[in-house]
Design a binder for this molecule. Structure first.
Ligand code: NAD
Length: 493
């Protein structure tokens, strides 16, 4: 039985100064564990522990750091099943999806460990003889990371792995509703031999611990995944100290189906992309734009496929959709749906709470499909983050492009067509950080997961994701034996 009553700061297992907070199972409402509620002072102590540990970690070669990371990846794989079950218990996604998430959590470590021999610099010619200029990549220093509840294991790895290979120390705060996977992984980090203070997992509230971690002057980077309002607060707090931020915020992905699309593929993709993780993914299909010529067929088939989904206990392999993560999130989605209907949207499939709960005490919400929507309705603009989807008829590719880009968000977009010209035009014209053509996510480790506009400045994954965790240092080396004074171009040399 894992002990969740302590968090990991400076290599020590520590109780929370503010007591504990219960973690509820969204499937049945029972309490899974009581986790430490850190005080802001403990969050600051974790920053100090990271600061103290960072130079020693950075002094290792990247290959040595990578070896520790390979051990972490192996441990995550050894613990894959208990960790996946924990993800299901605390978050509510299905066991199949949780196994995929944990596989991803291990892969992040393997992938970033492989950068050990690839963190490169540049050598530039100097203006003067006997000199060398080079630019090298160095760690940023101390990173604070804030993550949401929808991928409680994979997002730990997504932040910790690039931080480690870069030579940084990190303090990570999981979401208060889903801290168990992070605490479980902390034990694996310790077992893998991560030096004390290089990784710290601090649990507690957003307004207290999160705010302390992101407003502290002695940090070098804030990386956060979460909602737009929180992202705004974090950016404001970090701005006071001129600390750079990387924010991965919400999305409102359009899923465009043109008249020439492979409809089998489009329907199956649209269903998966809306209902995976009960609709709680930043890249989920949030609004469907379907060409008039195939609209009726598409909608009929989409609804048939949706009705066939199995909603129930996420621990069962036969389940397609589990519960919403919390009662609060469920009520939020209900409010958005009711407001859309009040604005004139028509339920083509009416979901809502089931008459009989699949498991008593869970946060159950059946899928809803809304037709008769217009681009100005809130349901077409605001992130839903649940099993509810609007579908709109479009009469041309150009109309689909226009509605796609009329969004505060700019994370992921989906296009289903076999028309090469339209594909290329979409690639040029869609103002989103990610475009999927004839397929859906998930994103790849070697890609760059980045959003435009309110989806947040910053990005994760791949070489460009790693860049955020490194900074550059320029070295001017004079080996000529002469004073370089007087050699500056503006000194009239
Ligand atoms: P949230 O913003 O409510 O919480 C995210 C984290 O921020 C939590 O750990 C929370 O405790 C912390 N926090 C809250 N207030 C804070 C403050 N004042 N200072 C510092 N930290 C604070 O988000 P959520 O509800 O957990 O997650 C859902 C959102 O995350 C959705 O909008 C979703 O689209 C987004 N998301 C984005 C991506 C992406 O890669 N772009 C991935 C997953 C989720």
């Amino acid at each position: 039985m894992t002990d969740f009553s302590r968090m990991w700061i400076g290599g020590q297992w520590i109780a929370g100064d503010m007591g504990t907070r219960p973690v509820l199972n969204p499937t049945n409402g029972t309490t899974l564990a009581n986790v430490p509620e850190a005080s802001p002072e403990q969050a600051i102590a974790a920053i100090a522990a990271a600061r103290a540990a960072q130079p020693g970690w950075a002094a290792l070669s990247p290959l040595q750091r990578g070896q520790v990371m390979h051990r972490i990846a192996a441990l995550i794989r050894n613990h894959a099943e208990p960790l996946a079950r924990l993800v299901v218990q605390e978050q509510g996604k299905t066991i199949s999806e949780a196994r995929g998430e944990v596989g991803g959590a291990a892969e992040f470590f393997t992938y970033f460990a492989e950068f050990a021999r690839r963190i490169q610099g540049e050598i530039l010619p100097s203006d003067a003889p006997g000199e060398q200029i080079w630019i090298q990549r160095v760690p940023v220093g101390v990173v604070t990371a804030i993550i949401p509840w929808n991928y409680p294991a994979a997002l730990v790895s997504r932040k910790v792995a690039p931080s480690m290979i870069a030579g940084n120390a990190i303090v990570l705060k999981p979401h208060e509703e889903t801290p168990l996977s992070a605490l479980y992984m902390a034990r694996l980090f310790a077992e893998a031999g991560v030096p004390d203070g290089v990784v710290n997992i601090v649990t507690g509230g957003g307004a207290t611990v999160g705010a302390a971690l992101t407003s502290h002057p002695d940090i070098d980077l804030v990386t956060m995944t979460g909602s737009v309002p929180t992202g705004r607060k974090i950016m404001t707090a970090a701005a006071a100290n001129l600390v750079p931020v990387s924010l991965e915020l919400g999305g409102k992905a359009p899923l465009i189906v043109m008249e020439d699309a492979d409809l089998d593929l489009a329907v199956a993709s649209a269903v998966t992309s809306r209902f995976m993780n009960c609709g709680q993914v930043c890249i989920c299909n949030e609004r469907m734009l379907v060409h008039d010529a195939v609209y009726d067929t598409f909608v009929e088939r989409f609804i048939t496929a949706t009705k066939a989904l199995n909603i129930g206990d996420p621990m069962l392999e036969s389940t397609d959709i589990g519960p919403k993560v919390s009662a609060l999130e469920l009520e939020k989605v209900e409010r958005i749906t009711a407001a859309a209907i009040a604005e004139g949207a028509r339920p083509l499939l009416q979901g809502g709470r089931p008459e009989t709960a699949p498991v008593a005490g869970g946060n159950w919400l059946l899928p809803t499909v809304l037709g008769d929507v217009t681009p100005d309705m809130a349901i077409m603009k605001d992130e839903i983050f649940g099993p509810v989807v609007p579908v709109m008829r479009v009469r041309s590719f150009e109309e689909a492009m226009q509605i796609t880009n009329e969004s505060r968000y700019g994370l992921s977009a989906y296009l289903f067509t076999n028309d090469f010209s339209r594909i290329m035009r979409a690639v040029q014209d869609v103002r989103f950080g990610e475009i999927y053509v004839n397929r859906i996510g998930p994103e790849a480790l070697q890609g760059y997961h980045t959003g435009y506009r309110n989806s947040g400045p910053g990005g994760d994954d791949g070489l460009h994701g790693l860049e955020a965790y490194l900074r550059k240092k320029t070295v001017y080396a004079n080996y000529s034996g002469k004073s370089p004074v007087g050699l500056m171009p503006w000194n009239g040399r």
